[in-house]
Design a protein around this ligand. Sequence first.
Ligand SMILES: O=C(O)Cc1cc(O)ccc1O
Ligand SMILES: [Fe+2]
Length: 454
Amino acid sequence: MNSGDARKTAEGPAYLSGFGNEHASEAVPGALPDGRNSPQRAPLGLYAEQLSGTAFTEPRAHNRRSWLYRIRPSAAHPAFTRSGDGAIRTGPFGQTVPDPNRLRWDPLPEPPAGTDFLAGLWTLGGNGDAAQRTGMAVHLYHANASMDRVFGDSDGELLIVPEEGGLLLRTEFGVLHAEPGEVALVPRGVRFRVELPDTAPDGGRSPAARGYVCENYGAHFRLPDLGPIGANGLANPRDFRAPVAAYEDVEGPVEVVNKFCGHLWSATYDHSPLDVVAWHGNLTPYVYDLRRFNVIGTVSYDHPDPSIFTVLTSPSDTPGLADVDFVVFAPRWLVGEDTFRPPYFHRNVMSEYMGLIEGAYDAKTAGKGGFVPGGGSLHNMMSAHGPDRETFDRASAAELRPQKVDDGLAFMFETRRPLVLTPQAARADHLQQRYDDVWQGLERHFRRSDDTLH
Ligand SMILES: O=C(O)Cc1cc(O)ccc1O
Ligand SMILES: [Fe+2]
């Protein structure tokens, strides 16, 4: 293999900084044409190819496309044939009756040896319709082997949230590294391979990689508007990192898997499709370190709605109504006076899938049988939830000194439509059976005169 690899820094691959920027990168000097996208003959004998992420005519502020200069055009491939879908499912989700119950899962069980990222993807549920390009799916993954095939998802962009084990993503645009605490996004259709880097001190294979994926069938994730917050805050654009160009020059059979309208299709190419020597444009994969999130909260009283924690949003056609939001509960100070500080009791018109990357979440008791890293909870539209009894008791009695919440990293995929489970999620052994019990014992404290409660 002749690999034009990315320039490396001491910590890992080199990156280009900024969300949605017009970037340009070449792995070989002179590979990018000057002053035009499609010269009569592209430099170095490369093929020019455009990859669009939005309709050509969408407003400039949202328009996404990149130009790729590659050893072979993507068109040079044989026919795809259907392969098994494994545990991957796609909207529309109609195989279970939508469930109004509060649900919680333990982490995915250990997969058989030799399970790569694609084979380890397991769909929990979702909504909308991939063919209508609206809605989303929640997947989890548990893998213990690097892919040697290449994957591209025509149904949506993939927001990958590692929880255990780092991932090396070799993409058409270059190499990305995502550790737990970071997220990676691969745009719709971009081909990539997920490798599990050797992280064990003895140079052995890292034991496993586990995490979550939001497959977004709708509009690209973008940064939320900041409104009165001002020009800065939440996720800062410069903290998003795109890869520098890096290519594989591989002649020989490479399996390429394409997810298209819910099914996996496979073709054996006679070369690697990760053969982009240079590219420019604003449609790129990227990584973001969630610990860089600039958390904003109250400095007076009350618990702000969690929209204040939105990292990325995929808007619908209705202003302010997201198809899906990606929200992070990052380390922060709590200072609210005369305030119940954890998340309040609520019933939400949006549906909430929550995951835990590490530690504990401030509305739920940690530990075995509770909300644990790698597990997840689903609070569908209008289902009543909030702090569990232990949290309610503790927070109602706590002395309200400034308090640093820095013992965990939780996130939420919040979506406009109820999430419908796959049969495998509805019947999973790792679905907790007694989640409702966390709200048992919330006794009545009501007295007609309010002199006893506090
Ligand atoms: O724990 C949850 O349910 C998520 C959540 C957090 C919060 O701070 C306020 C509302 C909400 O739904
Ligand atoms: Fe909630």
